[in-house]
Design a protein. Sequence first.
Length: 504
Amino acid sequence: MTREQSSPREDGAAQQHTPYLDALREYARRRPARLHVPGHKGGPGADAGLLDALGERALSMDIPALTYGVDLGDEPTPFEQAQRLAAGAWGARRAWFMMNGASQGNLAAGLALAHQGEEVVVQRNAHSSTVDSLVLSGLRPTFVAPELDRELGIAHCLTADALARALAATPGAAGAWVVSPTYFGAVADVASLAAVAHAHGVPLIVDEAWGAHMAFHEDLPTHALAAGADLVISSTHKIVGSLTQSAMLHLGHGATGLIDEDAVDRAVTLTESTSPSALLGGSLDAARRQAAVHGRELLARTIASLAHAREQIRAIDGLDVLDERLAGRPGVFAYDPLRLAVDVRGVRASGYDLAPLLREIDDINLELYGQNVLVAVFGMGERSLPEATRLVDALRTAVARVGLDPRGAHASFAAPPPWGELAMTPREAYLGAQEVVAAERAAGRIAAESLATYPPGIPNVLPGERLTAETLAYVQQTLELGGSVRGASDRLLRTVRVVIESRA
Ligand SMILES: Cc1ncc(COP(=O)(O)O)c(C=O)c1O
């Protein structure tokens, strides 16, 4: 791959273009002899049902990598031009298109960091793809706890102080890796986190999967690249609206000397198929144009509609919403209003009960729900007002059906016990000899799998950590109270997968 560098904010005129999408359309228009994969041949070879569902236009642009005039031929190719425009739109030094989601971005980030050292400081409630990246890269993590909101039962972001302590305790760290915004819309003080990381001579990697839109409206919290992050994972499909599974990885302008750009490039190649989907790539090019050219206007409309919806939800007895009032709590620097998170503690039902009820009432399908909070996600260019109104109406009906909780906003939950000692790296535990043992005999053994109880979703156990009786009891108790555990091979935790330790 050739270098694709860009100055911050490519000029507006260039952002009107979609070179890669145009090249795909041109290829389809020419009706070329398709003596290459895929075998559906742009439509004629496809199953009739698929052809009917997707249409010939979509299939005709589903072409392989290394197609002349698309991503091969005179440079910069349309594909390279599209990545440059993306870098310009987000203010990155370089952008890579990911066809395997932000998950691929996390995998690539860990592999790139592993060129620079053997250890890394990681936010404890990072996405599972970050933990997978530790397995792939072999990096030894020092975990940092996010701030826990005991009242809402959710985890927020990392504070700069917590990061500074972890970096001081990990002098060999190759980087610091944090998440912002969270699922619930809490945004970290990325500028301070970057300053701390840089003071320790390491890059700041921000998993901004949920914040790709924040670069396009001045009323939104500052996005990670603008705040000084060095490598940013951006799940473009989530809110900006490219096709599902498409995402981007951005290198910051200040990253030179902190991150090896060639190592990132190779890690991207290693984690992607040799047949990346042209449709996903085309959708990234188009979503970038929409964000750069129309994002401000679309976001202004969505922000206003959601402010109105929040007011209406707060007016429903028993319900509240998360909003900018959250900013200033520990671990919350700012709030991203593109999430509509509803606090349901005042009604006589949990989020787990309300989500199916909303589906039944008006086919309302939420992004996420937990004990205390329901989360609806809004996109940059959607019909936000009608969708929000539908949610508000369904919530009103649901609350009328279940009634109010006579105790008012119910009690906060117990904080999880401290995680166990890291006896081996996640990679060693994942690849080591394993066995499944009864949960009551698992204390003292090294976990080969993750256990993350919801609420609040902070992993209690990660591969390589020694299981403690206290943690196992906590997980069991959360399950008994109606919570859930993710990552476990036995979701009822009757058994746990552990490492077989050699008795040397
Ligand atoms: C914080 C975070 N990072 C990464 C990902 C992975 O994103 P993708 O689904 O695009 O692979 C997610 C997915 O929800 C996420 O929440």
